[in-house]
Design a protein around this ligand. Structure first.
Ligand code: PBG
Ligand code: ZN
Length: 323
């Protein structure tokens, strides 16, 4: 039944036929736009390492959420930049900080848009680690307590989803328990379950001013060499009560997305991280790559690998290109 009976090109001849047999879809609703919110700003502040991305005053972030809703995006994901940092991340769970205030305003302005709040301490600690430091080490269980408080603060402010990105053990269970105890049983958890210690986060740390001041994150984020371990992380987070799980970064880890897709039935997200974004933007700015073509191809590959939705700084541009 090989050539000449089988001619694969028959189903590639026209756009109509190609559309009929297309296996994977990519739509604006599959995309989530990350936003950086900072209370003290009066004007948007460009992030030097991420062309086209800005840190936003609260009012501008709310406008951006409205644009995301108009573009048909699936959700927005909020990150805060701290005004005052401290060893115990005081602003992370302060209801008057930028993220809770932005959540309240967004919930009022765009009530139908899902609001996801990233939960971590690294933007709020003076040492830049994702947890509390004791004797030179990130202390797991003390960090988990503060993360749970942070998640409750965001849920109370209107987050539909909290997304812990810290990689402490047991945080999903602690957050679920704390949310339920606070009467926030409708708030869901998207866990950064398989988050790798990646060089691709560099530009983001510039945006959020969250670089560790000593050491690195390898004692809590995953070793890029490990894929089976990622499945254990995903399993644990599901057992602890995660409603959705994430793999991060995206492109270098699509094998992990595929493996998780085959094993688990919860919604799976993938994070197209800052370094992946900035690499494409820099190459496109030089005229080395066609931005639109490369971005849509990358996003489609993430969906083909099995991701239900994608967190990406390209979200608004991609939604525009998808029409
Ligand atoms: C903080 C956090 C990071 C990202 C999301 N949440 C950075 C890190 O872990 O150092 C990365 C996002 C990106 O690079 O786009 N916990
Ligand atoms: Zn962190």
């Amino acid at each position: 039944m090989g050539f000449p009976k089988t001619r694969m090109r028959r189903l590639r001849r026209t756009e109509g036929v190609r559309a009929l047999v297309r296996e994977t879809t990519l739509e604006p609703a599959d995309l989530v736009l990350p936003l950086f919110v900072e209370a003290d700003l009066s004007e948007p502040a460009p992030v030097k390492t991420m062309p086209g991305v800005q840190r936003l005053p609260i009012a501008h972030a709310v406008d951006a959420a409205a644009r995301a809703a108009d573009a048909g995006l699936g959700a927005v994901l909020l990150f805060g930049t701290a005004s005052k940092k401290g060893p115990e991340a005081p602003e992370a769970y302060d209801p008057q900080a930028a993220v809770p205030r932005a959540l309240e305003a967004m919930a009022a302005r765009v009530p139908d848009l899902p609001l996801i709040a990233d939960v971590c301490l690294c933007a709020y600690t003076d040492h830049g680690h994702c947890g509390v430091v004791r004797d030179g080490e990130v202390h797991n269980d003390e960090s988990v307590e503060l993360l749970a408080r942070t998640a409750v603060t965001y849920a109370a402010a209107g987050a539909h989803v909290v997304a812990p990105s810290d990689m402490m053990d047991g945080r999903v269970q602690a957050i679920r328990t704390a949310l339920d105890a606070a009467g926030q049983s409708n708030c869901s958890i998207l866990s950064y379950a398989a988050k790798y210690a990646s060089a691709y986060y560099g530009p983001f740390r510039d945006a959020q001013d969250s670089s560790p001041q000593f050491g690195d994150r390898r004692s809590y984020q995953m070793d890029p060499a490990n894929a089976r371990e990622a499945l254990r992380e995903v399993q644990l987070d599901i057992d602890e009560g995660a409603d959705m799980v994430m793999v991060k970064p995206a492109l270098a880890y699509l094998d992990v997305v595929r493996a998780a897709r085959e094993r688990f039935d919860v919604p799976i997200a993938v994070y197209n991280v800052s370094g992946e974004y900035s690499a494409v933007k820099a190459a496109a700015a030089q005229g080395f790559l066609d931005e639109r073509g490369v971005v849509l191809e990358n996003l489609l590959a993430m969906r083909r690998a099995g991701a239900d939705f994608i967190l990406t700084y390209h979200a608004l541009d991609a939604a525009g290109w998808l029409g």
